[in-house]
Design a protein around this ligand. Structure first.
Ligand code: GLA
Length: 400
């Protein structure tokens, strides 16, 4: 999206102002491997992508928070009072409002009005973290416009708090972390318990990373996400009868096999098995990448999908149709669902010369079986959330 000037004009016309806004961007994310491990004290391996959310912001002298989204166009902006943000609206405005509210709760001075226009090019509800993206872009915007002395990591934690305590989704830290801390051409191996992390170069060599959107709409809140969390907690409580652990991911697969009999409910046992093996896979995946062994990395992606499908049961017909067809296509070295599941997107690593063939085959099989089309994206791995400074105004409008 290069046409910032168009968004600036839209900002000025929606808010009837000459103010030249400041521009911010936060990416979406993919998770290469390590699914449903973040809230179990485990590792994840996400990367921020070139698709994301842009925020254009102008300071106001009064107390009005005026919001507008190009993606959910309305006749006029939506207005709130910056001193009274605690009511939920049950629409997209809850994300920016929630971030400003939780910044206030954390003691930061959010004390003047703002005009804020959003434009996102991540498909909503596709499991690419459009919600974390709008949260974190609001966070970096607030840091700049309110001149806050706040670290990026703190904004990441506030984003998660908004999701947990304002929106009501009990998600882990992965999405906000990846969106906030991403790095061009790198994936992030993050220990979700300690928040220690390292960047790993993500060199695709002769392969292309393709995102395939099922276009099956689902929201995290409406999904069985919170139910899975409860199942993990129950499994942990059973294990704690004989073991002094705080998180499922403290167990290696070997230890799990020794103690799994403690988990009385067979469903909960399967959930714990996925989490513990997935956490182990994530760490092996890092080694594979460091050894430039993309084939080995791809195999781990395949195993991850099987485990999410059979043990964690968060895949669905749409995702399985894409992934299982992908496994049969020449030049595919790995494919899996990414994100929470129940719809959303799959990822595939495909040899460059097979990309067109891959898209045709997946499109054909999916459309025939599911009845509507998938969408393909070929992202690059970009930086985490930031202000975009190189937007030179075309006119001599004042810049805040
Ligand atoms: C969603 C959540 C994350 C993580 C993934 C599953 O994206 O927001 O915290 O739990 O699902 O890995």
């Amino acid at each position: 999206m290069n046409n910032f000037e168009h968004l600036v004009s839209q900002f000025q016309s929606v808010f009837e102002t000459n103010t030249y806004p400041q521009l911010f961007f936060a990416p979406g994310r993919i998770n290469l491997i390590g699914e449903h491990t973040d809230y179990n004290g485990g590792h994840v391996f996400p990367a921020s992508i070139s698709y994301g959310t842009y925020a254009l912001a102008g300071k106001r002298e009064d107390k009005k928070l005026r919001l507008y989204s190009v993606n959910f166009p309305t006749d006029a902006f939506i207005e709130f009072d910056i001193r009274d943000l605690s009511q939920r609206s049950h629409d997209w405005t809850d994300y920016p409002k929630g971030v400003l509210l939780f910044l206030q709760k954390a003691g930061y001075s959010i004390n003047h009005g703002i005009d804020l226009l959003f434009y996102g090019n991540i498909p909503n509800g596709a499991g690419l973290s459009s919600s974390a993206s709008i949260e974190i872009v609001t966070g970096v915007m607030a840091k700049a416009l309110y001149d806050l002395d706040i670290e990026k990591l703190e904004l990441v934690k506030i984003g998660q708090k908004v999701e947990n305590d304002f929106i009501g989704v009990n998600s882990g830290i992965m999405d906000q972390f990846a969106v906030g801390m991403g790095k061009e051409n790198h994936a992030i191996l993050l220990n979700c318990e300690t928040l220690e992390f390292s960047y790993s170069p993500f060199q695709l060599q002769d392969y292309t990373l393709i995102i395939i959107d099922t276009n099956k709409q689902r929201t995290l809140a409406g999904s069985k996400y919170n139910e899975r969390r409860h199942e993990c907690e129950s499994a942990l409580v059973d294990l704690q009868k004989d073991m002094s652990i705080q998180f499922l991911c403290e167990l290696s697969p070997q230890l799990f096999e020794k103690y799994e009999h403690l988990i009385t409910n067979s469903i909960n046992k399967k959930r714990a098995k996925h989490v513990i093996y997935e956490n182990a896979r994530t760490q092996i995946a890092l080694e594979k990448l460091q050894q430039y062994d993309l084939i080995g990395f791809g195999q781990l992606m395949n195993e991850s999908h099987q485990s999410l499908r059979d043990d964690y049961e968060v895949s669905c017909l749409e995702l399985d149709t894409i992934v299982e067809e992908a496994w049969n296509i020449q030049g595919v070295i790995g494919a899996r669902m990414t994100g929470a599941g129940f719809g959303g997107c799959a990822l595939a690593l495909v040899a460059n010369e097979q990309v067109n063939n891959f898209k045709q085959k997946i499109h054909h099989t999916y459309t025939e079986k599911i009845g509507y089309e998938p969408t393909f994206y070929t992202p690059t791995i970009g930086d985490g959330a930031k202000e975009i400074n190189d937007v030179t105004p075309q006119t001599s409008n004042e810049r805040l």
